[in-house]
Design a protein around this ligand. Sequence first.
Ligand code: FES
Length: 174
Amino acid sequence: MSHCDRLADGGRRFFLMRGAVAAAGAAAVAGVASAPAEAAPSLARVTYPVTRLANLRDLKVNEPVQVAYPDADSPGVIVKLGTRVEGGAGPDGDVVAFSTLCPHKGFPLFYRTDDRSLNCPGHYSRFDCEKGGLQIWGQATANLAQFRLRVDRNGDIQAEGVDELIYGRLSNVL
Ligand code: FES
């Protein structure tokens, strides 16, 4: 066998060996891909505490009251808007509550009575309390987390859920 024949024969063996390795790899991948998929449990399924935030008697129109929900480390505000709004609680449908942690980077929000908005001193995001915490300006990329409210026969305002992820949390309930 000449030198050139030996080189050609070695090249053919190398090519066939690489092909076999590639085929085995493809079969292994196909085996993994065809394994039955299992649905991951939803992380959004949390059980919220029911927490009394205030009584209707405590609220005056357009005067926010500081609250915390779903735990003491989650500051918020409850306000009677004086105008029925979507998602508003109570006989007048005008009581709403929101987290006061900005969804952008967690700065504490402040309430403006002139336009009933929550505002961020960090990077100027603004959220409309009459429209479910809709972001109306600024660098945040999410609407404000709103606390879901229910008013019982005594006028006690109970929080029983949150509609968005509160800033800085992987789950609203820790
Ligand atoms: Fe509120 Fe940045 S922290 S806009």
